[in-house]
Structures are given as structure tokens and as C-alpha cells.
Write a protein that binds this ligand. Structure first.
Ligand code: SF4
Length: 426
């Protein structure tokens, strides 16, 4: 039993329809169960009840067992003098007192709640190897489904933008720089994301902009800073980049990363950090003022076109320095570009809108997601299979957000679908 569930039962009044009595057999009539209090102090405020024909107005405190009053250190806390009823799942003999010595009446809930509500609650918090509420056929509750997904995607956008906004603060509102860092991080996939971000920190976008007239220089800067040019030359191209980097390193007083920062194992060659750095270099060589362009452009095809890049001949035929690819190396595919729009561009639009209090810009982030194909992974398939919509990236991001922030954290009592399942009267 969790206290949160006891609170939920009280909040939604999920008791049997029979007269309520305190543990000392006092009659209770409920007029208002109060407002859930998310700040310090009693759990519900502004409650109104009648006990033994006397009217009471004040707070309600909820616990699993009555001695939790002591365990939660409410003893002597004057904020709890306003409590008119101590609602517990199980009364274990403890009776709380106010400062004036008066006893706080206790209502025990365990015999008042239908077995089915308890069983449904336990089942909801069930198997994470599927949609935990699958057996309740959650998609039949259309309004609650839409509301849960809407909240999940809003939460997800806020979470993603929070990271970007902290970078904005760190980099004195330089959105171009933060966009560059976010793209670099994305190119690192999960495994090399931190290393890519480190590379972007060490290789400022302003430095790259100064040298973007030469593709070779951009590659020399990025590969040099990442540590890949510290090793002996594997071939002619590697040697050429090393020479270029040695010159730039002295000129700009640069410090490179350790090559050991990069991981290659258990990775498809197309995702090797060498390939991803070469793609980042190609994007930087191709584009100027990318953030400004992205902010202004609403046409998805044109947006995608910004990220369509051509790698150099060397990186079309190599996975690493000196290692020839058996087949040609793919350029940035359309799936990767869509994923970049979903995971970098949409959160950037949202963060930018949030920073400037611009609701239209925030809406544009959602509009963009609605124009992109949905992600297809194990989780989106599980939810789609039981009727969750997954027609656009908006849907798939909502499903992923619901899964990560609610289902996996077992927050069914905070999900409109879970609330509906437990409280069929809602
Ligand atoms: S959080 Fe919502 S969608 Fe997820 S298992 Fe619980 S009730 Fe179902």
C-alpha cells in the first residue's frame, strides 16, 4: 500500500456507500473532502465535515497507518493543529493530539474501499514488459487517452527544452552556438553524445565559421580536436588533415580531446563517431546561420533540405582513418534527418518560444512534429498494438513521453487514463 493511493482514494471519494464512522464510532458526514495541498503542511485543506452533529472546517491528513503521524514528525508541528480528521488506511492504535491536548479523530479506510479498486490499482502498477494497463483496454477512454497523450508530449517538450535553456544561460543567449552544440550531441547518438558535446564545446562555432571557406580545414579542426589526428597517419588523407590541424592548433592555441573518449563497439559502422564527425563537418561547411534559417522556415521539405549533406570522397569510402568500407558509406539518410528534426529542431523551436514567451513559436514545434513520420520502436509498437494512435511524430513523441514519465515511473494515479480506470465515475 502506498500513501499516494490512500490520498487518491480520499481525493476521489472511492469509498463504499455506507455510513462513515471514526474509530471511536463517531458519525461522519462529508460535505467537502478538501483541496489537495502540494505544499508543506496537511495533505488536504479547506475540507468541511460534520462529526457527531457538529460542523468542522479545516485540513485532512492522510497516512497509511495512524502512527505515521509520529514517524512523519508532525508531533509538535503547529501547522497540523488545523487537521480535523486523520484519514488512515490502517489504525494501529496511535491517536494524534493537537497542541491544546485535543484528540484528532481517525477514519480508517481499509474496510471501506471495494476490493476491485485495490486489485485494479495493483494491476495498473504491473508488468513493465508491456503497456502496464493493457488489460483494462485503456484506449476505450477516448477523452482521457487524448488528455494523457497531450500532457505527456507537453511534459516531454518542457523536459527537452529545459536542457537547451540551461545551455542558453551558460552561453549568454547565443542560440546559434546552442543549436550547434545540440546538433553535435545528436550526431553522437546515445553512445557518443557526451563526447560530441565536449567536441562542440572545445571547437566553438565561431572558430569553424572563420574557416568554413575550406572543407579540409573544418574536418581538420573537428577531427583534430576530437583526438583522431593524434595517432600516426594511416594514409595520405589522414596525414593531410594532421598537417592542417597542427598549423591550426598553434594558430588558435587549441587543446584536443583524448581519442579514448570515443566508442565504436556494438555500433553499426554508419554510426561510428568518425562518420558522424565527418557529417557534422559537412553540415558546417554547407550551411551558414542555420539557426536563423530554421526559425524562419515552416516548409518541412525545405527544412529537411538544410540537413541534406554530401560527405567528402574520403568519407564515402572509409569508416575510420585507413579502414576502407566494404560498401559505400551512406550519407545522412532521410530517416536520420527526420529524427534530427524531431529531437533537435522541434525542442529548439519550443525552447526558443519559451525563452521569448512566444506561444506561436512553441506551437510551431508541435506543428512540425505533426508533419513528420512517427518513430517506430519497441515501445511505440506496444502502444500502437493496443490502439494508441501513432500516425505522426507528435503521436510517437507523446507515447514515448507517456511511457518514460508515467508508465515506467508507475505514476498511473497521475495519468488521466489510470484515474479513469480506478474511478469509473469520473
Ligand atoms: S501511466 Fe497511464 S498509460 Fe501508463 S500504464 Fe498507467 S494508466 Fe496506463
Amino acid at each position: 500500500m502506498q500513501e499516494e493511493f490512500v490520498q487518491f482514494v480520499w481525493h476521489h471519494g472511492l469509498f463504499k456507500n455506507k455510513p462513515l464512522k471514526t474509530i471511536h464510532q463517531g458519525d461522519i458526514m462529508l460535505f467537502d473532502r478538501g483541496l489537495l495541498n502540494i505544499d508543506a503542511g496537511p495533505d488536504f485543506t479547506n475540507a468541511r465535515i460534520k462529526m457527531n452533529n457538529q460542523d468542522w472546517a479545516g485540513s485532512i491528513e492522510i497516512h497509511i497507518k495512524s502512527s505515521d503521524w509520529k514517524a512523519h514528525q508532525h508531533l509538535g508541528d503547529r501547522r497540523y493543529d488545523s487537521v480535523i480528521l486523520h484519514v488512515v488506511w490502517h489504525h494501529d492504535g496511535y491517536v494524534a493530539l493537537r497542541h491544546d491536548g485535543s484528540k484528532i479523530p481517525i477514519l480508517e479506510l481499509k474496510s471501506l474501499v471495494e476490493e476491485s479498486v485495490i486489485l485494479n490499482y495493483k494491476a495498473l502498477c504491473g508488468d513493465l514488459n508491456m503497456v502496464p494497463c493493457k488489460k483494462f483496454n485503456p484506449t476505450r477512454y477516448d477523452i482521457q487517452l487524448k488528455s494523457a497523450l497531450h500532457r505527456a508530449i507537453a511534459d516531454r517538450m518542457i523536459q527537452k527544452s529545459a536542457r537547451l535553456l540551461s545551455l542558453i544561460e551558460m552561453h549568454s543567449n547565443n542560440w546559434h552556438k546552442v543549436f550547434y552544440i545540440a546538433i553535435a550531441r545528436y550526431f553522437g547518438m546515445k553512445v557518443n553524445a557526451d563526447a560530441m558535446e565536449d567536441l562542440a564545446f572545445r571547437t566553438p562555432n565561431e572558430l569553424l565559421a572563420k574557416n568554413k571557406h575550406s572543407k579540409l580545414r573544418i574536418e581538420a579542426l573537428l577531427f583534430g580536436q576530437s583526438g583522431f589526428l593524434d595517432a600516426p597517419a594511416e594514409d595520405e588523407y589522414h596525414a593531410k588533415l594532421k598537417q592542417e590541424y597542427n598549423f591550426l592548433k598553434k594558430k588558435y592555441d587549441l587543446t584536443s580531446m583524448s581519442i579514448l573518449s570515443w566508442k565504436f563497439s556494438k555500433m553499426r559502422p554508419a554510426n561510428f563517431p568518425t562518420i558522424r564527425i565527418s557529417q557534422l563537418a559537412a553540415l558546417i561547411s554547407k550551411q551558414s546561420h542555420l539557426f536563423s534559417k530554421v526559425i524562419q522556415e515552416k516548409n518541412v521539405s525545405i527544412l529537411k533540405g538544410f540537413f541534406a549533406i554530401e560527405n567528402t570522397d574520403y568519407w564515402r569510402s572509409h569508416y575510420k582513418f585507413g579502414v576502407l568500407a566494404k560498401r559505400g558509406v551512406q550519407q545522412l539518410g532521410s530517416g536520420t534527418i527526420e529524427s534530427l528534426l524531431i529531437n533537435v529542431v522541434a525542442p529548439m523551436l519550443f525552447a526558443y518560444g519559451k525563452h521569448r514567451n512566444d506561444e506561436n513559436m512553441k506551437e510551431r514545434a508541435f506543428d512540425l512534429l505533426e508533419l513528420l513520420k512517427p518513430e517506430d520502436n519497441k515501445f511505440t509498437r506496444w502502444y500502437k498494438d493496443i490502439g494508441f494512435p501513432n500516425n505522426t511524430a507528435y503521436d510517437s513523441q507523446a507515447i514515448i513521453g507517456l511511457r518514460e514519465n508515467y508508465c515506467e515511473k508507475r505514476l498511473c494515479l497521475h495519468c488521466s487514463i489510470g484515474i479513469k480506470i480506478l474511478d469509473k465515475t469520473e
